[in-house]
Design a protein around this ligand. Sequence first.
Ligand SMILES: [Zn+2]
Length: 271
Amino acid sequence: MFESYDAEAMPTPPSLEPMDPWRRLATYRDRYEIDDRLEPVLRLEQSIRRREYRLGAAKRRVAELEKMLAECRHEAQVLTREITESRRLGALLVDEIIEKVRVEMGEAWSPRPIRAFRAWSVRLDGFYGATDSRWETPTMEATCLRNVPLEDIPHRQTGCGPPACGVYATKSLEFLGGGGKVDRHVAMGVVAMTGKVIEHEHGYRGARATAVAMVVRLGGQWLLSDAPKVIGAMFEDLPRAMVEHGSKDAPTEIEIADFLNRAKKEEEAWI
Ligand SMILES: [Zn+2]
């Protein structure tokens, strides 16, 4: 089985692998009558063939399952894509329906606060709303006389008034009266309305409003500010805030209107 070789002619070493014993056996069986000695070997060979058959079947199953797996993966991919697209479409439809209802019902909703104008009466101890309620902080939460637990405030129907509930604010400075004109004992400002907001032709009623810009005239002092810290100080102790942050220089009506209009636009909502 080992081939002789000429070292010069065959520089690569010969294979040292002995011949496969099964091939050798086949050769021997051809040459000699030895089958009566081969029973254990033949049995083994048979069991090898059985296993090879089973191996073949197992491999075919693996191939089938792999094909099924690939098909399932593809289907899952397609379904995932279809669900994502349908959800997106659904969200658009919902937006459209909500937008229609919103317009029909005059209800405003925005992910960002809605900014609008409003006025307060000014007294030495602070700011008062139309119903003579004092704003103790820059934020006022609406309440309703007909307050029913779990009902959203402000009520859409105005039957709970007059005036119907909600913190009121106007869309335009002109609706407050004099544009940039600030009378004695009146403060004008911009509020950011959050929560449920009912839209009316010229303004809103909101569940909550926070003063974000204020123009105050008290005595001979003026104070214009959109700094949360200063506005906080005004609501806490107005006379003191006027002394600390105010000025005797009276702004013009145009300056006041510009200041308030800018403050309103700063975070204008989409409506
Ligand atoms: Zn109400």
